[in-house]
Design a protein around this ligand. Structure first.
Ligand code: C5P
Length: 235
């Protein structure tokens, strides 16, 4: 079954500070989005990468892809995104040709995911899981709180889930295509990941080992870490 990757890259990246949309910020001189595209195209199973661009930035993203070396065996498409991540993913799914039966959804904000992680996700979908997430155990204990109305006010703790049973999930998340399309057609509300929508269909999502280097570039310190990882890889 041919595999396609959808990369939502339409977010503004407000938490990273002022400047260009997050996906277009440079890491060691190359836009984060290009790193992310290369990371997915590095898998020999991925034959198509669909980049979901900022709504007014599709032409700019297209010329970026043209300007950087990418593998010949992979096709690339650029489509304009939407208001929410969820809408951007759906617009990416709408652009897929019929033959791709497995779909990966990967944040442009995770530019350094290793190819072994990508392949492990694909393999678990090929083995029959309708949805697969790469996931890591947590270093921190997590508390559920009653969120304060005013940021910074003390917040009552409601519960402490057992840490050993918790995982932080990353991308790429992998899906049987028909399942993901159905999830996007039927699930509404504020969801932060695609696998969560498949859970809401009542299906079992499975977790495979994620990787430290698949962390999400969200805050300014994450840019420092990402450049350090790239520097280490060049040694
Ligand atoms: O904001 P967050 O870090 O959760 O964004 C995750 C990914 O979703 C990023 O790659 C971002 O560009 C993308 N996104 C999008 N369309 C939006 C909002 C976010 O493609 N409207």
């Amino acid at each position: 079954t041919p595999v396609a990757a959808v990369i939502p890259a339409a977010g503004r990246g407000v938490r990273l500070g002022p400047g260009a949309p997050k996906a277009l910020r440079a890491l060691n001189g190359t836009p984060m989005l290009i790193h992310a595209v290369r990371a997915l195209a590095a898998s020999r199973h991925v034959s198509l990468v669909v980049v979901v661009a900022p709504p007014d930035g599709a032409a700019e993203v297209k010329s970026l892809l043209d300007a950087h070396a990418l593998p010949d065996r992979t096709d690339f498409l650029v489509v304009p995104g939407g208001e929410s991540r969820q809408e951007s993913v759906r617009l990416g799914l709408d652009a897929l040709p019929p033959q791709h039966g497995i779909v990966l959804v990967h944040d442009a904000a995770r530019p350094l995911v290793p190819v072994d992680t990508v392949d492990a996700v694909i393999e678990a979908v090929r083995d029959g899981a309708p949805a697969v997430v790469p996931a890591l155990p947590l270093a921190d204990t997590v508390k559920e709180v009653e969120p304060a109305a005013v940021a910074g006010d003390p917040e009552p703790v409601v519960a402490t889930p057992e840490r050993a049973r918790l995982r932080a999930v990353q991308t790429p998340q992998g899906f049987d295509r028909a399942t993901l399309v159905r999830a996007h057609e039927t699930v509404t509300g504020n969801v932060t990941d695609d696998a969560g929508m498949v859970e809401q269909l009542g299906l079992t999502v499975v977790a495979v080992p994620g990787h430290e280097e698949a962390f999400k570039v969200t805050r300014p310190l994450d840019l420092v870490l990402a450049e350090a990882v790239l520097a280490r890889r060049r040694l």
